[in-house]
Write a protein that binds this ligand. Structure first.
Ligand SMILES: [Zn+2]
Length: 227
């Protein structure tokens, strides 16, 4: 899978639009059609019955419990098209994490000009960060157990100041997602800021994989809903 650094929205224009390839599958519980719009999606939650499924050998298999996420009045929902700094994104999934001091949502976005890259809009008590999956070749993930908040970690040729380390529980999801998780599983994460640049970096340690994301803060006013 080809991954890109998210270098800021100006870089989007370098990518040419590609044909979006979506997969049409059926929910193993109710038989309803389930469309996967992102080529690398690995799980989906049925929009009809709420069954959580994992994609295995091009088929959806029922995995784990399925409870709809409680709505809390976000302006976003799966299926919307949004504009962010002049770029068009479609919201194709959402995952909710819970931790001792509350919960937050991550909206999974695809961009029509760069359809092979994962984007996430993190929504946490009115704060928004747009993250893109980053190329982690040559990047060593900090050791989760020994890394301390306030320390500085090497990040390629730069340094990351560790601002948060926590363990969250996966509370549920909807739409499609590019990794496989089951409700109730735990995910560790380390968040930091590139020293001298202020770029948010997030190291995520999921049960089956580690993921690196790089982003930038956005204001709610920067995002408009197209439809
Ligand atoms: Zn279903």
């Amino acid at each position: 899978m080809k991954k890109y650094y998210l270098c800021g929205h100006k870089q989007f224009s370098q990518f040419k639009p590609k044909q979006m390839s979506s997969k049409q599958l059926n929910c193993p519980s109710c038989g309803a059609p389930v469309e996967l719009k992102y080529r690398f999606s690995k799980m989906a939650v049925c929009g009809y019955c709420g069954q959580s499924t994992h994609l295995t050998n091009e088929n959806l298999e029922a995995k784990g419990d399925s409870t709809p996420l409680t709505d809390y009045g976000s302006k976003f929902s799966v299926g919307q098209e949004i504009s962010l700094k002049g770029e068009k994104f479609e919201i194709v999934g959402r995952i909710r994490f819970t931790y001792p001091s509350g919960f937050w949502d991550e909206w999974f976005l695809i961009n029509d000009k760069n359809p092979e890259t994962e984007y996430w809009l993190q929504e946490d008590e009115g704060d928004y960060i747009l993250f893109g999956r980053a190329d982690d070749s040559g990047i060593s993930f900090p050791d989760f157990t020994s890394t301390q908040v306030g320390s500085t970690q090497q990040y390629a040729d730069e340094a990351v100041f560790v601002s948060e380390k926590n363990t969250a529980e996966i509370m549920g999801g909807e739409g499609e997602l590019p990794f496989q998780v089951v409700k109730g599983e735990q995910a560790n994460f380390i968040d930091g800021i590139v020293v001298g640049k202020g770029t948010p970096v997030s190291y995520e340690y999921l049960p089956k994989e580690t993921l690196l994301y790089v982003g930038f803060e956005v204001q709610l006013d920067d995002i408009s809903i197209r439809k």
